[in-house]
Design a binder for this molecule. Structure first.
Ligand SMILES: Cc1cc2nc3c(=O)[nH]c(=O)nc-3n(C[C@H](O)[C@H](O)[C@H](O)COP(=O)(O)O)c2cc1C
Length: 152
């Protein structure tokens, strides 16, 4: 399934994806990864820097869902797919690595693998106030003021 332009733009602006996996004994696991890129129309990927649990879970069950949220617009995308780890030292890792090296120079040495996710389905989601007629401008204004209350 192709990743539409709305989802691509959102992931580019808010590349923090929450990756859902399942442990070997069937427990859910949710873990944030801030190094996501859209690689092409059907693939997203993140860097494994310090994610032993997620990596172990994906090794036995590669199906995953990743959620990305634009916290200002209060819109998001749910991406469903199958993960495949490209390990450091392989030719494919060498091809992918420069993208992360350029974006995260201070972390790049610690990248153990690039995890590619072949996307099977994308669902858009919005916060319920949109159901009552809220506009994007109103949502952004509201959350800007909440943000400035917290962080000044
Ligand atoms: C905002 C945020 C972004 C993060 N991004 C990444 C990432 O891109 N890659 C990574 O390996 N760890 C990342 N981490 C760290 C892992 O999520 C963290 O070490 C987590 O405990 C790993 O758990 P897991 O092994 O169950 O995935 C991030 C953490 C936070 C809070």
């Amino acid at each position: 399934m192709s990743i539409n332009q709305f989802a691509k733009d959102l992931i580019e602006r808010f590349p923090l994806g929450f990756v859902a996996t399942v442990t070997e004994d069937g427990m859910p696991s949710l873990s944030p990864k801030g190094t996501f890129f859209v690689l092409d129309d059907e693939t997203i990927a993140f860097a494994d820097i310090r994610s032993p649990g997620t990596m172990a879970n994906l090794a036995h069950q590669p199906k995953t869902e990743v959620n990305f949220i634009d916290i200002w617009l209060r819109k998001g995308v749910r991406v469903f797919g199958t993960a495949h780890a490209v390990e450091r030292g392989t030719p494919e890792f060498g091809e992918l690595y420069p993208k992360w090296e350029e974006a995260f120079p201070a972390l790049a040495d610690r990248i153990r693998a690039i995890v590619k996710i072949s996307v099977e389905r994308v669902r858009l989601m919005t916060t319920p106030p949109y159901d009552d007629g809220a506009t994007e401008e109103q949502m952004v204004e509201l959350y800007k003021s909440k943000f400035s209350e917290i962080y000044g």
